[in-house]
Design a protein around this ligand. Structure first.
Ligand code: ADP
Ligand code: MG
Length: 766
C-alpha cells in the first residue's frame, strides 16, 4: 500500500468534496481517499500496482478539478487565492459602483449637488425606450458578470455535469437571470417601443461584488485556521553545520544523514534529533515539550531538532533525520489531524447534497406562488411596489431566494472547527490524531491509567538490594541483574543498569536473552541461566520460595516498592527493590476528573502493594495490580461491555493493545514509538493534566461545530422565507437581492469566525 497526499484545485463547496472522493474511490486498488475542503488536498491510500499517478490525475480531472499530484504548499496556494479574490472584489466594486450610480442616481441624496446628472440620466435616450444610462450599465456590468465571474460559471458547469449542485449553481442561476432580464428589458424596446420594463444590472453586479467580498474575507479567515502548522514549520532549521572530510561545512537540512556529526554553537538551532557526543550546554526545548526551564545536556543526552542551544558548544551525532525527526513527525500528525473528518460531518455532507436542488425548487415555487396570487386576484396588484409588474415581482423574489441560501456555511462549519481545534491542541502540546478522537473524547466515562511511566515518572531508582544466598554478594546480584537487563528497554532495566554503573561494576556478556512481557527477562551468563522478574515469572518457572524470602519480600512491598527477584539456576539469590516517584500533577489530574464525574482507574503489572500505595497517593478510584499486557486489553473491554466509554492513557509497548481497544487512546509522547503509533491522541508534554485538557478541548471544539451548524441552518431557514417575501404582506418588506447576496457572503464568514474564536482557547487547568 502506498500513502500519498495530493492537492486538489477548484473545490468550492462541500459537494465538491463528495464528488472528488467518489471519483477517486472508483479507482480499482484505491483503499481510501479522504478529501478536505479547507486544506484542499486528498489523502490517498492505494495499491501502487493497480493505481498510477496518471490514473489518479485523470479521474480528478474528469470530475472537473485539477491536481499537480503534489501536496502543494497550502500557505502559498492560499495566498495566491487570497490575492485573486481581492483582485476580483476590487475590480467588480470599481465597475459596480458606477452601475449603481447610473441606476439609482436620481434617487440618491447627493442628486441635488449635480442637478444636470439626474436630468441627463433620466432623459438622455439612445433610441426610444433605451436610456443611455441604462446602456452604460450594460457596458459596465457585463465584464463583472462574465469575465470576473467566469470561475463561477466554470464551477457551476462542472458541478451540473457531474450531477450534483454546488453554491456556484445558485449564484450563476440568480445573477444570470437578473442580468438576462435586464438585457431583455434594455433591448426589447427596439422591436416594440411600447414595452416598458426596468433594468436592474446593479442587482447582479453588486450582488457579485458582495459575494467576492465574502470570499475574500473567507480566504483571510481560512488562512488563520492553519497558523498552528505555520508556527511548527517555522521551527524547522534550514541548514546544519556538519563535519565532512574533517571540515565543518554548512549543508541544507535535507542533506544531513544518520550518524553525521553536527556542530552546534550557542544560539543556534539543533538541526535534527541526535545524541550529544562532546560538550555541555543548556537547551531550550519549550517549543516542543512546553517545559520553559532550559534542560542541561551533556555527553549521551538526547537532543531534539528545532530546539535552541543556549550557551555551550556541542557536537552531536545525528540519529533521526529528514521525515523521521520528532519535529517533522509532529508536523505530520498535526497536518493529518487538521484534515481529518469527524463523524458528525457526514450529516452536514448529506444535508448539503440535497440543499441546492431544494433551493432551486423553492425558488420556482416562490415565483409560481406570487405570480398566481397576483394574477388570480387573491392579492390586489395595487400592493405591488413602484415600477414592479407582477412578473417582475415574482421574478425578483425568486432570484432573492436563490442567492440568499448558503450551503457553504453548512459545509464550512465542521472542517474549520476541526482545523482550529486540532491547531489549538497542537499549540498546547496535545496532538489529536483522529477526527473520531476529537469528537468522542468529550464523552468518556472512565479513564484507565497505566502506572509506570504514566502516573509515575517511569524512572525508578534502586533502593534496596537483598542478598538471599550466602555465596552471592549484593555486588554480584547487581552484576547478574544488570548484565541481562542491558538487553532490555524497561524502566526497571535502566534503573538497575544505572545502579551498577554507580558501583563501577563490570558487566558480563549474555547469551539466549529472552523477554517475558509483564513478568521479566532471562539469559545465560557463564553457562548459568539467570532470570530477573516478578512473582509471575517465579511461578512460571516453578521456583520455590522459602518462608524467609516471603517475609523479606512483604517487608519491601509494604513500603510500596517494586521488587524483582534475581534467580540463578532455579534458586532465588537476591531481591532488588525499586521506587518510582509519582509525577507532579497526577493527584491534581485525578481530582479534576472526579470533579467532572469521570472515574479514574489504574492498571499495572506491578505488585499489589506498590500499586495500592500509588493509588492512595494520587487518589485513584479503583486499581488493578499484577496485570499482564494482554489483560490490560481485557479490562478495557470489561468496562466497554458495561456500556462505558473508555479512555486509556499509557506510554509503553505493553499498553499498545489497550490503547487501540479503548474508545480513545492517549499516548504519553515521552513513551515508546509503538505506544505513540497506537494512540489517538499524543501528549507531547509530560503533564498528566493534559488528559483533562484534551477532554475539555474536545468538548469546546464540538460545541463550535454544533453552533456553526446551528447558525448555518438557522440562517438558511430564516433567510429563505424572508427572501421569498414572507414579510411582504404583513409589513410590506421585501429583501433586495443584493442584500440577500451580502447576507449569504457574510454567513460563511460568520461561521468561520465562530470557529476562529476557539483560537482564544486558554488551557483552564494551568
Ligand atoms: P507497567 O504495567 O507497570 O507499566 P509492565 O507490564 O511493563 O509494567 O511490567 C510489570 C512487571 O513485570 C514489573 O513491575 C516487573 O515486576 C516485571 N518486569 C517487566 N519487565 C521486567 C524487566 N525487564 N526486568 C525485571 N522485571 C520486569
Ligand atoms: Mg508503563
Amino acid at each position: 500500500m502506498n500513502e500519498k497526499t495530493i492537492n486538489i484545485e477548484g473545490m468550492t463547496c462541500a459537494s465538491c468534496v463528495a464528488r472528488v472522493e467518489k471519483a477517486l474511490s472508483s479507482l480499482e486498488g484505491m483503499e481510501a481517499a479522504r478529501v478536505n475542503l479547507i486544506s484542499e488536498n486528498a489523502k490517498l491510500i492505494y495499491d501502487p500496482s493497480l493505481v498510477s499517478d496518471k490514473k489518479i490525475k485523470k479521474v480528478v480531472e474528469s470530475a472537473g478539478y485539477k491536481t499537480s499530484m503534489e501536496a502543494d504548499n497550502l500557505a502559498f496556494m492560499r495566498n495566491k487565492r487570497l490575492i485573486d479574490m481581492r483582485k476580483r472584489f476590487f475590480w467588480s466594486l470599481a465597475l459596480s459602483l458606477p452601475v449603481f450610480v447610473f441606476a439609482m442616481g436620481h434617487m440618491l441624496p447627493f442628486r441635488n449637488w449635480f442637478p444636470g446628472f439626474a436630468n441627463w440620466q433620466q432623459t438622455f435616450y439612445i433610441f426610444e425606450g433605451m436610456k443611455f444610462s441604462n446602456f452604460l450599465q450594460l457596458i459596465l456590468s457585463t465584464p463583472v458578470q462574465f469575465i470576473i465571474s467566469y470561475p463561477f460559471y466554470k464551477a457551476a458547469w462542472k458541478s451540473i455535469r457531474s450531477k450534483s449542485a454546488s453554491m456556484d449553481v445558485l449564484v450563476v442561476l440568480g445573477t444570470t437571470a437578473a442580468y438576462t432580464y435586464s438585457l431583455f428589458s434594455l433591448l426589447y424596446p427596439y422591436i416594440n417601443p411600447s414595452y416598458s420594463g426596468d433594468v436592474f444590472f446593479e442587482t447582479s453586479s453588486i450582488l457579485l461584488t458582495f459575494i467576492y467580498l465574502g470570499k475574500y474575507l473567507e480566504e483571510i479567515s481560512k488562512g488563520k485556521t492553519s497558523e498552528a502548522i505555520k508556527k511548527l514549520i517555522q521551527l524547522r532549521p534550514k541548514t546544519a553545520e556538519v563535519i565532512r572530510d574533517g571540515k565543518e561545512v554548512i549543508i541544507p537540512i535535507d542533506d544531513v544523514v544518520e550518524n553525521d556529526i553536527c556542530v552546534i554553537y550557542p544560539g543556534q538551532n539543533i538541526p535534527v534529533d541526535g545524541i550529544v557526543m562532546e560538550g555541555e550546554s543548556y537547551v531550550n526545548e519549550s517549543m516542543i515539550t512546553g517545559e520553559s526551564i532550559s534542560v542541561f545536556k551533556e555527553k549521551g543526552s538526547e537532543l531534539i531538532g528545532g530546539t535552541i542551544n543556549e550557551n555551550g558548544n556541542i557536537k552531536m551525532e545525528a540519529k533521526r533525520v529528514g521525515k523521521n525527526t520528532t519535529l517533522n513527525q509532529i508536523i505530520k500528525m498535526v497536518e493529518d489531524a487538521q484534515t481529518s473528518k469527524i463523524p458528525i460531518q457526514k450529516l452536514a455532507d448529506r444535508i448539503s447534497a440535497y440543499f441546492v436542488p431544494a433551493v432551486v425548487l423553492l425558488s420556482l415555487i416562490t415565483f409560481s406562488v406570487w405570480f398566481s396570487l397576483f394574477k388570480f386576484g387573491v392579492i390586489s396588484t395595487i400592493l405591488l411596489p413602484d415600477g414592479h409588474t407582477v412578473f417582475l415581482f415574482a421574478f425578483l423574489t425568486a432570484i432573492t431566494v436563490l442567492v440568499i441560501s448558503c450551503p457553504c456555511a453548512l459545509g464550512l462549519a465542521t472542517p474549520t472547527a476541526v482545523m482550529v481545534g486540532t491547531g489549538v491542541g497542537a499549540e498546547n502540546g496535545i496532538l489529536i490524531r483522529s477526527g473520531n478522537a476529537l469528537e468522542n473524547t468529550r464523552k468518556v466515562d472512565v479513564v484507565l491509567f497505566d502506572k509506570t511511566g504514566t502516573i509515575t515518572k517511569g524512572s525508578p531508582e534502586v533502593t534496596d538490594i537483598v542478598s538471599i544466598a550466602d555465596d552471592v554478594s549484593e555486588k554480584e546480584i547487581l552484576r547478574l541483574a544488570a548484565s541481562i537487563e542491558k538487553s532490555s528497554e524497561h524502566s526497571i532495566s535502566k534503573a538497575i543498569i544505572l545502579k551498577s554503573e554507580e558501583s563501577d561494576i563490570k558487566l558480563k556478556s549474555v547469551k539466549n536473552f529472552q523477554i517475558f512481557p509483564g513478568m521479566g527477562i532471562e539469559g545465560d551468563i557463564d553457562g548459568d541461566k539467570i532470570v530477573v522478574g516478578n512473582m509471575k515469572i517465579v511461578s512460571k518457572f516453578g521456583i520455590k520460595i522459602s518462608e524467609n524470602i516471603k517475609v523479606q519480600l512483604t517487608e519491601l512491598e509494604i513500603k510500596g516498592l517494586t521488587v524483582v527477584f534475581v534467580i540463578k539456576e532455579q534458586d532465588i539469590v537476591g531481591l532488588i527493590a525499586l521506587f518510582d516517584t509519582v509525577k507532579p500533577h497526577a493527584k491534581e489530574t485525578m481530582a479534576l476528573l472526579k470533579r467532572q464525574g469521570i472515574k479514574s482507574v489504574m492498571v499495572s503489572g506491578d505488585n499489589k502493594n506498590a500499586v495500592k500505595n500509588v493509588s492512595n497517593e494520587v487518589g485513584i478510584d479503583q486499581y488493578y495490580a499484577e496485570v499482564l499486557p494482554e489483560e490490560k486489553l481485557d479490562i478495557v473491554k470489561e468496562f466497554q461491555e458495561k456500556g462505558l466509554s473508555v479512555l486509556f492513557v499509557g506510554d509503553g509497548v505493553n499498553d499498545a493493545p489497550a490503547l487501540a481497544q479503548a474508545d480513545v487512546g492517549i499516548a504519553i509522547g515521552t513513551g515508546t514509538d509503538v505506544a505513540i503509533e497506537s494512540g489517538d491522541i499524543v501528549l507531547i508534554k509530560d503533564d498528566l493534566r493534559d488528559v483533562v485538557t484534551a477532554i475539555d478541548l474536545s468538548k469546546k471544539t464540538m460545541r463550535k461545530v454544533k453552533t456553526g451548524l446551528f447558525w448555518a441552518l438557522i440562517y438558511n431557514s430564516l433567510g429563505i422565507p424572508i427572501a421569498a417575501g414572507i414579510l411582504f404582506l404583513p409589513f410590506g418588506f421585501l429583501l433586495p437581492a443584493e442584500i440577500a447576496g451580502l447576507a449569504m457572503a457574510l454567513s460563511s464568514v460568520s461561521v468561520i469566525t465562530n470557529a476562529l474564536l476557539l483560537k482564544r482557547y486558554k488551557n483552564p487547568f494551568k
